[in-house]
Design a protein around this ligand. Sequence first.
Ligand code: AMP
Ligand code: MG
Length: 335
Amino acid sequence: MKSVIITNPISQSTLIRKALDNHGLIVFPTETVYGIGASIFDPIAIQSIFTTKGRPQDNPLIVHIAEQSQLEGLVTDVSPLAKKLMAAFWPGPLTIVLPKSLSVPSLITANLDTVAVRMPKDPLARDVIRAAGVPLCAPSANLSGKPSGTDFKSVYEDFFGKVSIFVEGGIPEFGIESTVIDLTSQIPTILRPGAISAEEIETVLGMVIVSSSQAENTPKAPGMKYQHYKPYGDVIILDGTTPKIIEFLQSIPDQEAVFMGANEVCGDLFDLPLNTFALGPKDHVEVIARALYRTLRTLDNLKVKTIYTHTFSKKGIGTALMNRLEKAASQTISL
Ligand code: AMP
Ligand code: MG
């Protein structure tokens, strides 16, 4: 398949419409990670998202809209809580699960009677949706099981020749997927931690919310049961102080292992023989989150077999960062 790279979706909207008319897929940047999108009204293209990514069919897709008006027709009810969240966080990295209307194909929602909707804030993402003229369902642009794409080169490598259009953008602001919150359960429930923290949501709603691991009898985001974010190498989390980490690393025979962590910790390991990959300053967990997938993909390309890392603060986006790291890891060693 011919793949075209564009940088201005509005001026190339004819191309975008043509691609969609031919059941094509569009890779585009968002403020979280790159997405791979199809028209929500084209079952052939939607099916091809699952096939192209190798995504399990029972893992539903998020519907992306550019304007509030596009929500009508997708959902049957917008509760006062949903309105509060939309006013506070849209456009932005919050995905809201609401009761689905009949016009949303069940292929998108894996036969659930709910639909996950988000209005991204990245101007290129919104321009793509505007140019398309329809909401787009779009999961992260990565082969299933691999770290999500957070730079253009990665998504281009994965999907060249498999999608019609690439919208070239920069490095996404957050680098970690959106928070998914379910408003169809009795208590608002975070199904997937993400770029917006539970604390931020609680402040806006003025109430305590739960996360799906705490919630009883609440269906989880179906996608969370899969082992996402599996890099080529074995990721091992070292849970302990820097002196303990140094002691541990000195005791291992593996000269080819690498260490990925906060700048300060990498600096403290300077005298050890292993290579280090610094993600950002320890107290700026948002910088670290932004660099995580890109670094994992670099390590994939280098075919590094063992990647040691450490635990990070769970403040703000730190909860999502640790969630992804734990999913990528084969084990955590308490030191
Ligand atoms: P991705 O598109 O790869 O960022 O993943 C989307 C996430 O949202 C997955 O964990 C899905 O299981 C979850 N999701 C999408 N639609 C729904 C829904 N209707 N109900 C619950 N979770 C959903
Ligand atoms: Mg994904």
